[in-house]
Design a protein around this ligand. Structure first.
Ligand SMILES: CC(=O)SCCNC(=O)CCNC(=O)[C@H](O)C(C)(C)COP(=O)(O)OP(=O)(O)OC[C@H]1O[C@@H](n2cnc3c(N)ncnc32)[C@H](O)[C@@H]1OP(=O)(O)O
Ligand SMILES: CC(=O)C(=O)O
Length: 577
């Protein structure tokens, strides 16, 4: 049965290098993380599918949830690559290993591999365990022997190894020796307090390998922000077993991030730690592991974060236009990520050209690009921000590029869905102090280009097909932006039925200091979605309501423009009968 595997399968390095994941045990020690058994099973499947060699599922006997996980894993987890590991401590001082309930729980988990945690720092042995070094070594020896006799593969996590070795190297090595002599396979040196830096840690790893000849593993907490660097330094010093957690979850500041460690080992040290076709799954897996932990993915995470290959500075984009490798440490495709060009006040022409390329917008006139750069910089100086509002940026680029194509009459290929004529938002306070808002809008409705279904309204003064007219409505909402959105939709419903395919997902409002001594301005970001996608638009104005209307208007116009583009693409690809 696959869950009884003790060595990784189908991984290029086989048993000679261990990629060991402890997301479900040490990762679960992170503040804010609480896995259900179902979450744990799902996470284990994700890690196995990535090609990780060992998956530590938890501490059976200590946490009922972990006991339940191992019980269900035995029948429900069909691991293709990984061996399942149970974690726990050695027998207690003064007890027999075969009678220690904690040790028996490890056995009863049916995990084929057991990782035992043991004290290697004399101060911990004497003060936390309240025993002596000889008894501590006996606890390790007896427990390893017992589990080996029961047919389990055993790894030893030497807790506080680096601090203990610095204080009393003989004691630290005696504990490792007790485990290895009793049949453990790997002595894992743990930086439990996470206080190490790469240089000294690597020296210690090299010394231990030289003095003992043991197979050495590494487990680093991230208290100095060096867990990944320390893990890589240990490998360079000879460690062949790395313990990490997905996205670096873990006690206090966390552990070495599995995905950064894999990225570094695979692309910098050329260690094929995953089956070759699995490396491009790194980004997807990292995000899925975040989802099963109910944590938002970290945008700035190395290799797999959304910002890991996002380029903002104009000079970077200009060099990347020549060769993307000039400003990227690897090709993002290798780890399943993608580069993104952020167009902001820091953009130059190259940034916009690359953005247009990504969006599939043809550039007919380089003057238009210069105009668009100038417009973006001016708008951002006035408080606009296009970094998060990709849809507003796309509309701006459409406008600038379409102006060129339209020639002298300046007709824009993509008029806005409507123009606000008058609007008002009123705050209403009920007797119970609850506040609601009522918004009224009067609009000039434009016929959106290529958008189907603009119809005449008997009461709203809707535009006839291809024309324009006025419409108005009043509606309520819990906040001013909700009320405006609701009034807009009511006014537009008879005229632009496609608007009902979209919903307002959320919005944020920020008041910005005035840069020029004039009044402060409000920036509103609006997130809209339809059945297929989600997009963000921005509006800025001295009036918060006007800013919201601009953002809401871009949200609807973007729908019309992108639907028209999709229809044009489909038409272009469907051959004539
Ligand atoms: C470095 C790490 O992160 S290791 C992983 C740590 N993870 C956890 O602690 C999470 C799970 N822990 C638990 O559920 C509980 O702490 C348990 C079930 C393990 C123990 O609970 P309790 O029996 O109530 O004991 P408590 O937590 O108060 O103290 C730990 C006991 O283990 C002993 N102990 C600590 N480390 C070791 C060790 N490596 N080997 C043997 N015994 C140990 C302590 O001396 C103490 O013994 P005592 O009860 O005789 O004083
Ligand atoms: C074992 C472990 O998690 C540590 O020493 O940090």
């Amino acid at each position: 049965m696959t869950h009884l595997r003790t060595t990784p399968a189908e991984t290029p390095l086989g048993d000679s290098f261990h990629l060991y994941d402890t997301t479900l045990r040490d990762g679960a020690q992170g503040e804010g993380i609480s896995y259900s058994v179902h979450d744990k099973l799902a996470t284990a499947r994700l890690l196995d599918s990535l090609g990780v060699g060992f998956i530590e599922g938890g501490w059976p006997g200590a946490l009922p949830k972990d006991t339940a996980f191992f019980a269900r894993a035995a029948t429900e987890l069909d691991l293709r690559h990984a061996a399942l590991v149970a974690f726990g401590s050695t027998r207690k001082a003064g007890r027999r290993a075969d009678q220690d309930p904690q040790v028996r729980a490890l056995l009863e988990s049916h995990a084929p591999v057991i990782t035992l945690v043991a004290k290697t720092d004399r101060r911990h042995i004497e003060r936390a365990l309240r025993t002596d070094v000889a008894e501590n070594c006996a606890m390790v020896r007896d427990t390893v022997r017992f589990l080996r006799a029961e047919g389990r593969r055993v790894f030893l996590d030497g807790e506080h190894f680096f601090d203990g070795y610095a204080d009393d190297p003989d004691t630290a090595l005696r504990v490792l020796d007790a485990a290895m002599a009793a049949g453990a396979d790997v002595a894992v040196l743990c930086d439990t307090n996470g206080g190490q830096l790469p240089g000294r840690l690597a020296d210690t790893v090299a010394q231990v390998i030289e003095r003992t000849g043991f197979r050495i593993g590494i487990h680093c907490q991230d208290d100095t922000g060096c867990a990944v660097a320390n893990t890589i330094a240990a490998v360079e010093a000879g460690a062949t077993h790395v313990q990490c957690t997905g996205n670096g979850y873990g006690e206090r500041t966390g552990n070495a991030d599995l995905f950064a460690v894999i990225g570094n080992l695979a692309t910098k040290l050329d260690l094929p730690v995953l089956p070759p076709e699995r490396l491009p799954e790194l980004t997807r897996t990292a995000h899925a592991v975040a989802a099963t932990a109910h944590v938002s993915p970290d945008r700035h995470q190395p290799y797999v974060g959304a910002a890991a290959f996002a380029h903002k500075a104009g000079l970077h984009a200009s060099a990347m236009k020549v060769d993307p490798g000039l400003y990227q440490h690897i090709d993002p495709d290798v780890v399943g990520n993608a580069s993104r060009i952020l167009v902001t006040e820091m953009a130059g022409r190259a940034s916009l050209e690359l953005k247009c390329l990504q969006l599939g917008l043809a550039i007919q006139d380089t003057e238009a690009v210069t105009r668009a750069v100038t417009r973006v910089k001016r708008l951002e100086a006035d408080g606009w921000s296009f970094e998060a509002a990709d849809a507003s940026l796309e509309l701006l680029l459409h406008e600038e590029l379409a102006d060129t194509a339209a020639g002298a009459n300046g007709t824009r290929r993509h008029p806005q869905a409507f123009t606000p004529l008058t609007y008002q938002v009123v705050e209403r306070r009920a007797t119970d102090d609850r506040v609601t808002f009522e918004a009224s809008v009067r609009l000039r409705v434009e016929q959106s280009p290529g958008a189907p279904g603009a119809t005449s309204s008997p009461d709203g003064g809707c535009p006839s097909e291809g024309g324009a007219g006025e419409a108005g409505a009043t509606s309520e909402g819990e906040g001013p932006v909700d009320a405006l959105d609701s009034a807009l939709r009511r006014a537009l419903a008879p005229c632009l039925p496609w608007a009902a395919e979209t919903v307002l997902v959320g919005h944020s409002v920020r008041v910005l200091d005035s840069a020029s001594g004039g009044p402060a301005v409000t920036r509103v970001l609006v997130v809209t979605r339809d059945a297929e996608r989600e997009w963000t638009t921005v509006g800025v104005h001295t009036s918060a309501a006007a800013a919201a209307l601009l953002a809401l208007r871009d949200g609807l116009t973007y729908k019309a423009v992108s639907d028209a583009r999709s229809r044009a693409k489909t038409k272009a690809t469907v051959p004539n009968p």
